[in-house]
Design a binder for this molecule. Structure first.
Ligand SMILES: [Zn+2]
Ligand SMILES: [Zn+2]
Length: 360
C-alpha cells in the first residue's frame, strides 16, 4: 500500500507530495510510522543544492514515530516501540568512530546513495539524509532508530533528532559553556532556540539572542535569552556593550552566513570561543587578518550534529525534559501537514518562525 511522502524530484525543483511504495524491511532494517517530522533548514539546503544528496529523494531527517515492523536480526527495537530517527548513524569502525567522534563518522551518509523506495510509477527514490522522514512511513537501517526515552511525548521527540541534539550539543559539547559564562546565539530558528535553552541549562549568566528579524524576541526570551539584538552592522559592538565592553565568552552561530560568522567572532572577548553550527554555501567567504588572529587569541570551530553521540545524549536530554529544564514545544512555532512543507520552506527563506513540525 502506498504512503504519502514529500519527494524532491530534482535539485532546485519544488517538492511533490505524492504516493510512494515502500518495501518490507530487509535484514537489519526497521519500518517506522512517523508521528512527527521537523522541517530543518538543511532540508531547504538539500532542495536548493547548497548541500547535495542523490535525487530523486524523500527529504526529512528530524523525526520520531512507532516501529511497525522489523527485519531479520533487529534486536534493540520491536513493533510498537516509539523511536527517534538518527540521520547520522555511526559505523563504529572508521577512524573518527574509533576516536569516539561518532558525529564525524566517515560512513554516516552512505545509506543516502541507496534506492530505498519507489514512486507509484516505479522510479527509484533515495532517502535524503538516510531516514526520509517527510513521509507517513519510512524504512531505515536499524542503526538509524533509537528508543524514545521515557517521559518524552512521541510528537515532541522528533525535535530531538536534529534541532535539539545540534543546538544543545553546540553549547555543551562543542563550546563547553561553563556556569556563569556569557553566551550569544546568532540565528533564532529551531537550532538557535535549542542553543538558547542549552545555555540556560549550562547556567550562563547572560544569554544574548541575535536575529535579522525583530519579530522573534518573545520566542528567544521564552527560550532563555536575557537580551535581544536585531542583527545589523553594529551587532558585535552592541554585544560588547552588553558585557562591559568585553565581549561574550562564547558565540554560537546558527545561520551559516559569512556576515554572521564574522559578527559572532567579533562579539567574543579576547580568548573567546565561536562555534559555527549553521551550514552555509561555498559562496560565504569569511576573512580575517593575521594580526587580529594573534591579538584576540580566539577560537573558531565548526560543529557537526552538535558533536553529539545520540545514544548517549538522548537519555541526558530526556532528563532535562522530565525536570522541566528543556521545553521542546517552545521550539515549535507551527504544526503543519505534509502539504505545508513548501510554505514552511518559504517561511525559512523569509527568516520567519522557529520550527515547523509536520504532525502525521
Ligand atoms: Zn537538521
Ligand atoms: Zn564510523
Amino acid at each position: 500500500m502506498a504512503v504519502r511522502a514529500a519527494v524532491l524530484p530534482a535539485v532546485g525543483s519544488p517538492l511533490e507530495i505524492t504516493g510512494i511504495e515502500l518495501p518490507d524491511p530487509g535484514p537489519g532494517q526497521v519500518r517506522v510510522r512517523l508521528a512527527a517530522a521537523g522541517v530543518c533548514h538543511s532540508d531547504l539546503s538539500l532542495s536548493d543544492g547548497t548541500m547535495r544528496v542523490p535525487v530523486p529523494a524523500v527529504l526529512g531527517h528530524e523525526g520520531a514515530g512507532t516501529v511497525v515492523a522489523v527485519g531479520e536480526g533487529v534486536g534493540h527495537v520491536s513493533p510498537g516501540d516509539g523511536v527517534v530517527l538518527n540521520w547520522a548513524p555511526s559505523c563504529g569502525g572508521c577512524h573518527a568512530c574509533s576516536l569516539g567522534e561518532v558525529w564525524l563518522c566517515a560512513n554516516a551518509l552512505k545509506g543516502a546513495a541507496d534506492v530505498y523506495a519507489r514512486t507509484t510509477e516505479g522510479t527509484g527514490l533515495h532517502p535524503g539524509l538516510n531516514v526520509a522522514a517527510f513521509a507517513e512511513e519510512t524504512v531505515v537501517s536499524a542503526s538509524c532508530v533509537l528508543p524514545v526515552p521515557d517521559g518524552v511525548p512521541l510528537t515532541d521527540a522528533a525535535l530531538l533528532g536534529c534541532a535539539v541534539l545540534t543546538g544543545y550539543g553546540a553549547v555543551h559539547h562543542a563550546a563547553r559553556v561553563r556556569q556563569g559564562e556569557t553566551v550569544a546565539v546568532f540565528g533564532v530558528g529551531g537550532v538557535g532556540l535549542a542553543a538558547l535553552q542549552a545555555a540556560r541549562i549550562a547556567g550562563a549568566s547572560k544569554i544574548v539572542a541575535v536575529d535579522v528579524s525583530p519579530g522573534k524576541e518573545d520566542l528567544a526570551r521564552a527560550a532563555g535569552a536575557t537580551d535581544y539584538v536585531v542583527a545589523s552592522e553594529t551587532t558585535a559592538r552592541e554585544i560588547r556593550g552588553l558585557t562591559g565592553k568585553q565581549g561574550v565568552d562564547v558565540a554560537v552561530e546558527c545561520a551559516g552566513r559569512a556576515v554572521s560568522i564574522r559578527a559572532a567572532w567579533d562579539s567574543t572577548r579576547r580568548g573567546g570561543r565561536t562555534t559555527v553550527v549553521g551550514i552555509g554555501g561555498k559562496d560565504q567567504q569569511v576573512t580575517f587578518n593575521a594580526l587580529e588572529i594573534f591579538h584576540w587569541g580566539r577560537t573558531l570551530s565548526g560543529c557537526v550534529y552538535g558533536n553529539s553521540d545520540p545514544a548517549k545524549d538522548l537519555p541526558v536530554l530526556a532528563g532535562h525534559i522530565r525536570a522541566g529544564r528543556l521545553d521542546l514545544s517552545a521550539l515549535v512555532t507551527e504544526r503543519i501537514s505534509l502539504d505545508g512543507i513548501p510554505a514552511a520552506f518559504e517561511n525559512m527563506l523569509a527568516g520567519k518562525g522557529g520550527r515547523a513540525l509536520v504532525v502525521f
